[in-house]
Design a binder for this molecule. Structure first.
Ligand SMILES: [Zn+2]
Length: 407
């Protein structure tokens, strides 16, 4: 048993609602699980023989949950970013042979070891910003063999990485150039999905349902097939246009609908009724310099659970840092600091079906805890662009420390 005590603040959202701030707080944990969160006096009185670690002048938060990443890919698209700064749009870049397809080509050509090495380095960078749980999507292969290669790399990461990792099959990220759209949907339905489900290569199935990508009918067909095979759905929807994707996510009983920049009111209502989490990606709309951002305030007002994530990918948001995403979610969406922390921790966990295990500092949950060298949690927002994280504890073990860069 270990007690972290004398923290300036222990900060956490609460499962079931609410937000807790404990001044001069403490956390007691046994191996990988939290047994107590509360005042320092009470912790010491309750567990007098526990080992004590003084965390004076530090703020403790739950580990960040990054519920939407495209972590496994080869190459980079730095040049496209520079093109966009000169005024080119996402659609123009795609029409010029860039966009997803350029990453698809590089990723198909890459050996699994090369993908693994790059992904490991990115996971380590994410850890240094406090991300302790990561969702990883496939989707830069778009052939049976290359999608399976990506899922296998993701499986190796899940088995060997310090972070908790969930895997999403996103074979329907785009259409491959060498097949008709109809033939590729058949390939997804008849070959890819059964293999993914049969070999348990993924936890979720995702489809990019948007203008110019998968139609609602194609998405519905794929979603139903995935459900038959026991895979829960996530959806990329309403990012480029209002395609009624939010309502479709509710209809398919998706665990989350992601992006949602153009989601309409009716769809938002349906998400709230069906308990579909929204995963909002402020780094993406910001990085693309879009004139609008997801209507997070409206979603919260209607009772949708809002999570935020990086959307880490080589094209539209090359961002490792959940701290940056939390800051953007306050400045672009108008979230309060407490809402932003909840979105990047507990609601991210809910969007991955992990709410009972992680995402908050509460007894019975994993000891996934961040120790920040700040006097108040407001500094996470007030101190723009900095990284004041000092230590990352995952399942009760120190995984990363600023001074030693431990892992
Ligand atoms: Zn995405």
């Amino acid at each position: 048993m270990i007690i972290l005590h004398n923290a300036a603040q222990v900060i956490t959202p609460l499962t079931g609602g609410g937000f807790r701030i404990v001044d001069r707080g403490a956390i007691a944990y046994d191996q990988d699980l939290i047994v107590f969160v509360g005042s320092t006096e009470e912790a010491i009185a309750s567990y007098p023989s526990a080992e004590r670690i003084d965390v004076s002048r530090k703020v403790l938060l739950p580990g960040f949950v990054d519920a939407h990443t495209h972590l496994i890919f080869a190459g980079n698209r730095c040049n496209e970013f520079l093109m966009r700064l000169r005024g080119a749009t996402y659609q123009e870049i795609a029409a010029a042979g860039g966009g997803i397809q350029s990453t698809v080509k590089a990723t198909r050509d890459a050996a699994p070891e090369q993908l693994l090495e790059a992904a490991r380095a990115d996971l380590q960078t994410m850890l240094s910003f406090g991300t302790t749980t990561v969702e990883i999507k496939s989707g830069y292969g778009l052939t049976f063999e290359s999608e399976m290669k990506l899922l296998q790399v993701a499986g190796t990461l899940r088995d060997t990485s310090p972070q908790d990792i969930l895997i999403t099959f996103l074979g329907a990220h785009d259409f491959p150039r060498e097949k008709s759209r109809e033939d590729y949907v058949v390939e997804l339905m008849e070959n890819m999905l059964p293999a993914v489900a049969g070999e348990k290569l993924a936890d979720f199935c995702d489809v990019f349902c948007d203008q110019g990508y998968y139609s609602n009918e194609q998405t519905r067909t794929i979603g139903r097939r995935a459900a038959e095979l026991g895979l829960r759905m996530k959806l990329h929807v309403d990012e480029l246009a209002d395609v009624n994707g939010a309502a479709l996510a509710a209809e398919l009983n998706a665990v989350s609908a992601d992006h949602l920049i153009f989601a309409n009111d009716e769809g938002i209502e349906k998400m709230a009724e069906s308990g579909v989490c929204a995963v909002l990606l402020p780094g993406t709309s910001f990085s693309l310099r879009m004139p609008r951002h997801a209507p997070a305030r409206k979603m919260i007002a209607r009772g949708v659970r809002v999570a935020t994530a990086t959307d880490f990918n080589p094209g539209t948001c090359f961002c490792h840092s959940m701290q940056y995403i939390l800051q953007l979610s306050t400045l672009l969406y108008g979230l309060t600091a407490e809402e932003a922390i909840t979105a990047g921790t507990l609601n991210g966990a809910a969007a991955l079906g992990l709410e009972s295990r992680t995402g908050s500092l509460e007894p019975g949950k994993q000891m996934d805890c961040l120790i920040f060298d700040i006097p108040h949690y407001g500094y996470l927002f007030y101190n723009l662009g900095s990284n004041r994280l000092e230590t990352v504890v995952k399942r009760g073990k120190v995984l990363w420390n600023k001074k030693q860069n431990l892992r």
